[in-house]
Design a binder for this molecule. Structure first.
Ligand SMILES: Nc1ncnc2c1ncn2[C@@H]1O[C@H](COP(=O)(O)OP(=O)(O)OP(=O)(O)O)[C@@H](O)[C@H]1O
Ligand code: SF4
Ligand SMILES: [Mg+2]
Length: 432
């Protein structure tokens, strides 16, 4: 299977007054093209920090201290990938919301209460699909001009068309320059040890300084009254927003687009957040507990929606949850996370059929079953404080199989059977 994105040995810390929270302890995960990958674990184990690190949106006082995040879908050599931790913020901005999108944990807090729904969904089209929006607007104006009309109205349309065409030209020039610089950066990175760092730094800065430089559009933007011509572009964007909302099952999308987040129910807000994430047809959709805080019927609808979108629009989904039932229902492969470490990774079928890591076994044993009589199994102890986490295997204070070796060095992750990875000394020294 072709890899889409991979994190290698990722460490993220939070410097707090109480001490350094070691939230990620060398996380390595892979999402392949075309799959739904689940990330499961108890609250506080680092699921959200892991995906925030992957998108480079860890907020202060958080900091990625070590590791790599490789993306393969933009790499010229698809077997090697591009380490996005070594690229500029401008490079990341071009990826976020475009190739990789995220549905955040709390739908209501990720929407801006003072901006209309239409504006918030439309921002993605403006930012990442500007060329397409301009082309469609020009096409509409051409059609209208072809139908004739009043002399003054025609004059205004001809002028608007010229301004949009100029803006489109400048945008294409800008995108061409960015592509050339990205190609050059990639070539320099491939050069390996003899990589001329100074040249790379200069290229990176040049890329960040580039902008859409259309003098005409800039004048038009600043002169009052003249700006009216841009309403044509807004109309094109709004058409796409309404189409998108309709495709996601939002009733009366024209009215909803005019409204504000507080006017919507939790389930509908979640659909809007999904719409924002999907506006640009990302190759990877990250869904961070998209159904928490929703009642079960709305939960089921949102899960069905993500499943159907996965078949139609998105290539891969990274689904975060602590609900093992959901993992069984929608994921192809999954990783179990514990206290900042990936404990086990396997296909969902294998994970449920033969869990290897004692933590996974404990998690599965604590899921209530209809046939079960008596008390439910639990994992003894509590999640450790990540300021002063246990040494070696972070699970050792709670593990029924803990050995002396477990307290020393973190267990290596080994491939126990094809595609089934586990980090536990029960397997790495051949005892089982
Ligand atoms: N801004 C922050 N400052 C300090 N510590 C933080 C911060 N954000 C996260 N952490 C710590 O990082 C660890 C992982 O947090 P994270 O939010 O990734 O957990 P999670 O697995 O997503 O949990 P949940 O299922 O509840 O969302 C936690 O111990 C948390 O306390
Ligand atoms: S490494 Fe040791 S403590 Fe950790 S899960 Fe395996 S047996 Fe338990
Ligand atoms: Mg979380």
């Amino acid at each position: 299977m072709q890899k889409l994105i991979e994190t290698k040995n990722l460490f993220t810390d939070f410097n707090t007054f109480e001490g350094v929270v070691k939230a990620l302890n060398g996380v390595g995960l892979v999402v392949n093209e075309g799959e739904t990958y689940g990330l499961v674990g108890e609250s506080g184990c680092g699921k959200s920090v892991a995906v925030r690190s992957l998108m480079r949106i860890v907020q202060a006082p958080g900091r990625i201290t070590e590791g790599k995040v490789l993306i393969f879908f933009r790499a010229e050599d698809r077997s090697r990938g591009i380490d996005i931790l070594r690229r500029s913020e401008a490079y990341m901005t071009s990826i976020r919301g475009d190739s990789i999108s995220m549905i955040f944990q709390e739908a209501c807090t990720s929407l801006n209460p003072v901006l209309s729904i239409g504006f918030q969904v439309g921002e993605s089209f403006h930012f990442h699909r500007r060329a397409q929006m301009l082309e469609e607007t020009i096409r509409d104006l051409d059609e209208e001009l072809g139908r004739g009309g009043f002399f003054l109205a025609r004059g205004w349309k001809v002028l608007s068309r010229a301004l949009f065409a100029r803006e489109l030209g400048a945008l294409k020039e800008y995108e061409g320059a960015i592509d050339r610089i990205d190609h050059e950066l990639y070539r320099l990175e491939e050069a390996g040890s003899g990589e001329p760092l100074r040249r790379k730094g200069a290229l990176q800065r040049r890329r960040d300084r580039l902008g859409e430089k259309s003098v005409l559009a800039e004048i038009a933007r600043r002169v009052p009254g003249f700006r009216r011509y841009r309403r044509r572009l807004e109309r094109t964007v709004r058409r796409h927003v309404v189409e998108l909302l309709r495709s996601l099952g939002v009733p009366n999308p024209e009215r909803i687009a005019e409204g504000y987040p507080h006017e919507l129910s939790g389930g509908m807000q979640q659909r809007i957040v999904i719409a924002i994430a999907l506006a640009c047809h990302p190759v990877l959709l990250i869904a961070d507990e998209p159904t928490s805080n929703l009642d079960v019927t709305i939960q089921a609808q949102i899960v069905e929606l993500i499943k159907s979108l996965k078949q139609k629009v998105i290539s891969s989904v990274l689904f975060i949850t602590h609900d093992l039932g959901l993992v069984a229902e929608i994921c192809d492969r999954a990783s179990v996370m514990y206290a900042g470490d990936i404990a086990e990774t396997a296909s969902v079928r294998e994970l449920f059929r033969q869990p290897l890591h004692p933590y996974t076994q404990g998690l599965l044993a604590s899921v209530p079953k209809l046939s079960q009589a008596g008390e439910l199994a639990t994992i003894p102890g509590t999640v450790p404080n990540l300021i002063d986490p246990p040494t070696g295997c972070r699970f050792h204070p709670r593990c029924p199989h803990a050995m002396e070796v477990c307290k020393g060095v973190k267990p290596p992750t080994i491939e126990h059977s094809p595609g089934h990875w586990v980090a536990c000394y029960l397997y790495s020294d051949g005892k089982k």
